[in-house]
Each structure stands twice: as C-alpha cells, then as structure tokens.
Design a protein around this ligand. Structure first.
Ligand code: BEZ
Ligand code: FE
Length: 289
C-alpha cells in the first residue's frame, strides 16, 4: 500500500501476513492490531501520551527479574490475567483465579493433617474439603499445592526472615478425595507498588490491596489443572480486589469453632489445641481434560 491513511491502515496491516503464517498467530495479531488501532483513534492518542505508555513498558522490563515479573503484575491490574482465566475456565468446575507471582515450585510434600502455622502468631484455621469430579465422586491421587502469606502479609520469597518453603505445602488425596491442614488465617496485603505498576495505580486513584486468600494448584491425572484461591467472606477488600481474582464460588465462611471441638485425631495439632479456631470447608471440583 503506497498511500496509507487513517482509514485504511488497519486493513493494510491485516493484508501484510505471509501465506505460511501460523493461522492462530495471524488471528491473534490481526485482532490485536484492530483493537490497538481503534484505541488510538478513539482516544486521539498523542505522541506524548504514547511515550508515557511505552515508558511504563520500558520500566516494567528494567525492573523484571526471574523472581519478580512486572509485566505479569501489569496484566493482573489491567484485569487481563483474570479475563484470560475466565475465558479458559470450565463452566462446570470450581472457578479458577490468578496464579500471582509468588508460587514456588517443589514445595515439600506433607502428610494430610499437617500444620503450616508452626511458631507464627495469628488466628488458627483448619482448612478441609474434598477434591471431586463434576458428578461428586472423590478424586484419589490429586495433588494440592498450597501457598499463602505469613501474618506479616509477605510471601516467603519476599521476606528474608522466612524459610524458603514457609507457608507452602503439597498434599496428595487418598481414596476419599479429602484434604485437610491447619494454618494461620491469611491477611489482606498489597501487590508490589515500587515499580511502574504502582505508579499507574496511584495515578488512576486505585489502591494496591488484595483480599486475604489461600492459593491452590490442584492436579490430578485425567483432569484439567485448576489454579485457584479461596477468600473469607468478611474481607473488606472482597469487592475491590486490585487484580480482579474474586469469584462467588471461591468465597467461603470462616466458621468460628471452640477449641474443644478441634478433631481428636487426623491432624498434627489434634489433642494440642487450646484456642478457638475457624473452620474453612472448601470442596474443589475438577473437570475432565
Ligand atoms: C497473589 O495473589 O499472590 C498476587 C496476584 C497478583 C499480583 C500480585 C500478587
Ligand atoms: Fe496471593
């Protein structure tokens, strides 16, 4: 095209693909270009404004390390990570939710009923439930990879005072599909704000808070891997999660229990609990691959 205009530039771009381009790549790039071009026209984007946008990307690149990915965070606060999750989520199973940047691979396998709280201060919670198929049958041999913040609101990878795998655990279900463990009640926390994403949140009048949650990755042979989170129903940030991760079926009651009602067996803390605690009962439904 010799005479590229505002009116024909999008169609011109759409026609520039080689015959051997992967069809899916072509579909994605064409749609992306259509929306980006529309965005520039609709907002009458100026050079100066686009430089600000490019500068955010440039700074995201500079601050990104293997341990801290600012591009993922940008996608999270734009709602794009959650949208990709929802577009790919199965309708019949438990909803998926954001992975976030703080998952650590190779968490230690722990026996069912283990305690993650250890010597940390904070409200004791007992988390239990079943891993089920959509018909309600228990799934044996499912692994649950669990992680959460310590009571100071930090994940172990952010906090030099924690052991590498503190508040991380891997459980495997038996024939009954059940899982259960004790831990400390997670707290609300802020996503990292010391990079360009933090500046963007400030400039747009947004706070950086996430409601408190426990993270899960559940894998079982023959089923789709589920990445999700569970939230307490009384968290003040439930309706304003800065990364848009909350779904109705992931919000659970933390039911207050008397110390005397703590299960007498099956938990590392059985027979040792002298304080009242909360019970979180969260079943996870996996869908076939
Ligand atoms: C998290 O839940 O760990 C998280 C998710 C998105 C951005 C930052 C943190
Ligand atoms: Fe988190």
């Amino acid at each position: 095209m010799r005479n590229v205009t505002k009116e024909n530039i999008t169609d011109t771009f759409l026609g520039y693909f080689g015959d051997d381009t992967d069809p899916r790549l072509q579909e994605i790039m064409q749609s992306l270009a259509r929306h980006l071009h529309d965005f520039a026209v609709e907002t009458k984007l100026t050079h100066k404004e686009w430089q600000v946008g490019l500068d955010i990307l440039r700074r995201a690149g500079s601050i990104t390390t293997p341990e801290r990915d600012e591009f993922v965070l940008l996608s999270d606060v734009l709602g794009l990570s959650s949208l990709v999750d929802m577009v790919n989520s199965s309708e019949e199973g438990t909803s998926s939710s954001v992975l976030g940047p703080f998952h650590i691979s190779n968490a230690p396998a722990m026996p069912m009923g283990s305690d993650l709280r250890g010597d940390y201060e904070g409200e004791l919670i007992l988390v239990e439930g079943r891993v089920l198929d959509p018909q309600g049958n228990p799934i044996a041999g499912a692994t649950l990879d669990i992680w959460q913040t310590a009571p100071n609101g930090l994940y172990s990878s952010q906090d030099p005072d924690q052991d590498t795998y503190s508040f991380h655990a891997l459980f495997t279900t038996g024939d009954d599909g059940r899982y259960g463990f004790t831990t400390v009640r997670p707290v609300s926390y802020t996503v990292p704000t010391d990079g360009p994403v933090g500046d963007l949140l400030t400039a747009t009048g947004r706070h950086p808070w996430r409601p408190s949650h426990l993270h899960y990755i559940i894998k079982a042979p023959g089923f789709r891997t589920l990445v999700t989170e569970v939230f307490p129903d009384d968290d003040p940030y439930l309706d304003q999660d800065t990364v848009f991760g909350v779904r109705d079926d992931l919000v659970m009651k933390y039911l207050p229990q008397k110390a005397a009602d703590f299960p007498g067996s099956g938990y590392v803390l059985s027979g040792k609990v002298a304080e009242d605690y909360s019970l979180v009962d969260f079943d996870l439904i996996l869908t076939a691959e």
